[in-house]
Design a binder for this molecule. Sequence first.
Ligand SMILES: CC(C)(COP(=O)(O)OP(=O)(O)OC[C@H]1O[C@@H](n2cnc3c(N)ncnc32)[C@H](O)[C@@H]1OP(=O)(O)O)[C@@H](O)C(=O)NCCC(=O)NCCS
Length: 208
Amino acid sequence: MPDDVWPEPAYVVRTKRLELRCYERSDVATVHEVILDNTEALRPWMPWIQHEPMSLEERGELLRAFRARFDAGEDFIYGVFDRDGGAYIGGCGLHPRVGARALEIGYWIAEDRWGQGLATELAAALTRVGFERMEAERMEIRVVPHNTRSLAVPRKLGYTREGTLRGVLDRARDGRDDLVVFGMLLDELDESPAAYAPIELEGFLPDA
Ligand SMILES: CC(C)(COP(=O)(O)OP(=O)(O)OC[C@H]1O[C@@H](n2cnc3c(N)ncnc32)[C@H](O)[C@@H]1OP(=O)(O)O)[C@@H](O)C(=O)NCCC(=O)NCCS
């Protein structure tokens, strides 16, 4: 398979407490509200926050573009929802921007849900999805060096801290930041707690 062609992605990933799924039209208003409520909590860590606050129309365009890229097999951005009740509580993704047959996991969680192990739960699930469904040979998580909450996530999953890329993150008026790179190779999955993460997947056509 060519390096820029991926298998059919999972459109829905269910974990014990979460449902990660590709965005839909009906998500726009809720996503808009939750991101506006969390702008200050996310500002130190998520470079895209420099474009906030955006309008509802811009949010719609953005989610439509995420959806288009997901459907085209270019980038796999998921909304994070409570499995029970369906509340929207964050975003995550599998990003093919870190080299051949490699995927980077990104994540954020709404502030009122921090500290419940949810980021670790979704990153474990996406680690499995990356290796098992997407046939990646390497998974990465990149974290700003002083983001202690986020540094804990790849550590808990047995990722190897490989090094620090200096000044690689451009946060516009807030300057540049370093990124710590954590990596896991395919043959290391079995050693990781992620290997045992319970997941249920649905493709574009849900299983009958
Ligand atoms: C980073 C983030 C995703 C973590 O989400 P979360 O669901 O709270 O993460 P988890 O509960 O799975 O793990 C957080 C870990 O942070 C650590 N932690 C918790 N509170 C902390 C604190 N006040 N200071 C430092 N570390 C803390 C703990 O080690 C915890 O692990 P534990 O389960 O062993 O106790 C969330 O805080 C967030 O969205 N932050 C803003 C966006 C962001 O930074 N995204 C990541 C970019 S790389």
